[in-house]
Design a protein around this ligand. Sequence first.
Ligand code: TEU
Length: 560
Amino acid sequence: MTDLWWKSAVVYQIYPRSFADADGDGMGDLRGIIEHLDHLAGLGVDVLWLSPIYPSPQDDNGYDISDYQNIEPIFGTLEIFDELLAGAHARGMKLIMDLVVNHSSDEHPWFADSRSSASSDKRDWYWWRPAREGMEPGTPGAEPTNWGSAFGGSAWEYDEKTGEYYLHLFSKKQPDLNWENDEVRSAVYEMMNWWLDRGVDGFRMDVINMISKDTSLPDGRLTAGSSYGDGSPAYINGPRIHEFLQEMHAKVFAGRDAMLTVGEMPGVTVDEAKLFTDPARGEVDMVFQFDHVWADRGDDPWLLVPLQLTKLKAIFNRWQTGLAEVGWNSLYWNNHDQPRAVSRYGDDSPQHRVASAKMIGTVLHLHRGTPYIYQGEELGMTNFPFRTIADFRDIEALGHYAQAVDREGRTPEEVLTVLRARGRDNARTPMQWDASANAGFTTGTPWLAANPNYPEINAAAQHDDPDSVYHYYRQLIELRHNEPAVVEGDFTMLLPNDEQLYAFTRRLNATELLVIGNFSGHEVTAEIDGWSDAELLLSNLPAPSGLTLAPWQAVVYRRT
Ligand code: TEU
């Protein structure tokens, strides 16, 4: 297998907590995944990415790890994990794990040791700082910097025992590890090698571009709508990030065959991504960038801004052209942190949901890069009809609600409107397997309610329906596996100023593909010449006459 095998691969993300519950406790588990491997193999995906399954207090649904080399009992055991890994490999699928090493859980023994005393030999494994000069420790304003946590409140937690603060860019139960400390890095690399030696095929690396910090820990600029400073310039793509990733590559991946490493990098730019993903630099294979999922929000992440198709196209075009010669793109519409794609980029009404889910899938999968499918996306699953804040479970939603309503005086309905559209729980409702109770996800009480539309939208109803979203996604994956121009072709954006049509070509030698997606509920004609004799490779609706596309129609033409 070539080192760049992942260029023609499609990755499927499983959020184990919500995928399938085999033991009836209301939480998904590894046995549940094993029981549904044929659903995934039938789709034709090449790689499974599991969100964290390690022991964790579940403060951030497993992104707060208390033991990096074991399995959370809720999900199963290492033996069941080995069975899952073997089952994936037997079906020709690789399996990558979620690597969360910017921070651990505060219940990890490393942190328990670090916080036990100022002279602990693990004190420097985390970021500890005294109160600001002249300020009474533990009082508002005494925090070492003005940074806010991504989940609301300050990014510093005061620890009575030693009278100092520790840094947590996320929840206070997720203290940031200090990557300046060689021992921390060595412990992480040792753990990574332990999983790869077990047969795992790589990692998705959680906020990996935050591990290097400006050690002077400067205050951040106060951001609109927040009482905290934006510290991100001090910890996004920090001073030693490339050094750390090259060291990790050398200590963990060098000499291993057919690995996949994808770095989740909030705020990464195209120029930085060229450096991160240039194979000659030995850092990561690809990155998850955020420009397109930040296109419909303002500087305040909790602002709803109408999505402009021309803005979205400009972003994708910037990334396609920026990584055309060096590096590689990941391609995604959603994951466990984003709302459901068909509700955000398509039209989840009964009339247009199926067509628009297929259309957005076509546009994404025909780009140059590695596509990621999030569980349920292949079924056209939609956002959930949340009523009140009591319907939410996510620490990010609850933290934002508390800060916005309780501390910043916004009305509950104003905040709920944004959470209904953007909340991460939209993506975390149970996978919809069939029309039985709780969508066939569990025989118990699900930890988060199943979407009430599961009787209409579920895998069982789609496996035998050749016109289903599931079978259309299978055709998209088949096209990537069989048509070299999809993987290797160049990319040229067309109609950049059109607010309804998303059109581009892919060209490889004598083969040229034309892809058009109608992102509107109207019939639209694409003013593109020279394709009248082309072969229609794929469409989500009956063949159009000429290039007059029906509402939410996608077409892929080929000419040689
Ligand atoms: O997410 C990083 C991240 O940027 C998130 O804050 C995301 O942008 C935001 O939640 C979107 O609303 C990673 C994981 O994917 C996320 O699940 C974790 O909560 C977070 O890191 C901390 O580990």
